[in-house]
Design a protein. Structure first.
Length: 286
């Protein structure tokens, strides 16, 4: 009887210890899972500062049903720029537009706004691009890429930051002002005489400018994607009622970033996503 009681006592103690270890292990697993989830949420949550004031180019699309990954042939034709004021501007091939957005944690919603409706050709992805943007529900960053989640299937649009790779792309070239795209309201205009409005960047940090019948010079600075012009001495002759010299100088004084797009120079103006377009004129001898 005594041996039986000892055996039962030992079995009870072993059972109690085993149960304690199991509960402890499960608790640790739960705590570890919660910590991992918290760390994952913290790492994925982005700030508005992470995505604003950057020109993002659509570079790829990942689809889950069926599983596929495609590369966008001309990322510079499909861009989006978010402002801190809750608005965005887009370029969809030959069309430009704007709208408003809401960002709550990683949840992103793009409200459609005015957009030009030109026909961009049979190979254009403008309609697909606009359709995808209309179904964006999340935003995140992955290795300096902007990732927009589409719908409930887990499809993702991938964007890379627009920037020039080197000053060598733009210096010692006579750039002629050929057009202006504005987002509020959405419009595109062509400059009648591009050769009358030129810009030449020099390797020493200076630039030369022609604004119709006036000429001048100044200095420029490039820090990352940020590009600014400091206006210098300039002639002030009257160039006639049809001249765009004052508008040209005013726009240049408000430029914020520079990039290249299919051999064109693109100067972004202010916070609204307006863009000055330049085509190559003559190569300038050093």
């Amino acid at each position: 009887m005594l041996n039986t009681r000892k055996i039962l006592t030992l079995l009870f103690i072993c059972t109690l210890v085993t149960a304690t270890l199991l509960v402890s292990g499960c608790t640790e697993d739960i705590d570890d899972a919660e910590n991992m989830n918290n760390e994952e949420i913290e790492s994925e949550t982005i700030s508005i500062d992470d995505i604003t004031d950057v020109k993002w180019q659509w570079s790829g699309l990942i689809e889950n049903e069926p599983a596929s990954r495609s590369v966008i042939p001309d990322p510079e034709k499909y861009t989006i720029l978010f402002s801190k004021e809750g608005t965005y501007s887009i370029k969809a091939d030959c069309n430009v537009g704007s709208g408003s957005y809401t960002l709550q944690g990683n949840d992103l919603t793009l409200a459609p706004g005015p957009i030009t409706l030109a026909y961009c050709g049979p190979d254009s992805l403008d309609n697909q691009y606009l359709s995808l943007l209309g179904n964006v529900i999340t935003v995140s960053l992955d290795n300096d890429q902007l990732v927009l989640g589409i719908g409930e299937n887990g499809d993702r649009m991938l964007f890379v930051e627009e920037n020039i790779e080197s000053l060598d792309e733009i210096i010692d070239i006579e750039w002629q002002w050929s057009g202006l795209t504005e987002t509020l309201p959405a419009s595109q205009s062509i400059v009648p005489d591009p050769e009358n409005y030129t810009l030449v960047f020099k390797s020493d940090g200076g630039y030369l400018i022609k604004a119709d019948c006036n000429v001048g010079s100044g200095d420029y600075t490039l820090e990352g994607k940020d590009f600014t012009l400091a206006l210098g001495p300039m002639t002030r002759a009257y160039c006639g009622p049809d001249s765009l010299d004052n508008q040209y100088l005013s726009l240049l004084s408000n430029m914020t970033t520079v990039s290249t797009d299919n051999d064109k120079l693109v100067l972004s103006i202010g916070e609204d996503g307006d863009r000055m377009l330049f085509v190559k004129g003559n190569v300038v001898e050093q």
